[in-house]
Design a protein around this ligand. Sequence first.
Ligand SMILES: Cc1cc2nc3c(=O)[nH]c(=O)nc-3n(C[C@H](O)[C@H](O)[C@H](O)COP(=O)(O)OP(=O)(O)OC[C@H]3O[C@@H](n4cnc5c(N)ncnc54)[C@H](O)[C@@H]3O)c2cc1C
Length: 130
Amino acid sequence: MYQCTGEEILRELLQHLGLKKGEPKTEEIVRTSICIPTNMPYVNNIWLRRKRGDRPPVVPEGVTNLGLLGQYVELEREIAFTFEYSTRTAWEAIYRMLKRGPAPPDVYQGQYDPKGVWAATKVLLGLTKT
Ligand SMILES: Cc1cc2nc3c(=O)[nH]c(=O)nc-3n(C[C@H](O)[C@H](O)[C@H](O)COP(=O)(O)OP(=O)(O)OC[C@H]3O[C@@H](n4cnc5c(N)ncnc54)[C@H](O)[C@@H]3O)c2cc1C
């Protein structure tokens, strides 16, 4: 990947999307796109080992005037990386410190949702398209 040009990366992506090389649509996309390879060496850091105590809670114990936001704050059962995670830290900080607005909803636990489990099973078994 590091040695690829932008066009090569774009073509790789298009192929995964089912757009074959040489087809008019594919070539039009390639011709009209600007693809500049960008190295993001730290992008995976959100997925570093995570255990209790690694990340501070939204409102650290004993603190009354500081809320912590973002990916590096602990939210139990929530999955780091998503926008939802960061947004929830802000929501929780406001709710807990200012006692204002509705409480954040419970973290969705897809593994206990029969509908979600069934949908994932169907994808795994190739019974439906993703
Ligand atoms: C390639 C990629 C794809 C992604 N795809 C998805 C996706 O499909 N769905 C999804 O939910 N999430 C996705 N994410 C994750 C999502 O982008 C982040 O979870 C989200 O942006 C985190 O928001 P944030 O406000 O906590 O932090 P950030 O968006 O990182 O904002 C932090 C801000 O603080 C600024 N900053 C840092 N240090 C300082 C400083 N010292 N002084 C002043 N400003 C500073 C930064 O410049 C930045 O603007 C993706 C991330 C990447 C990199």
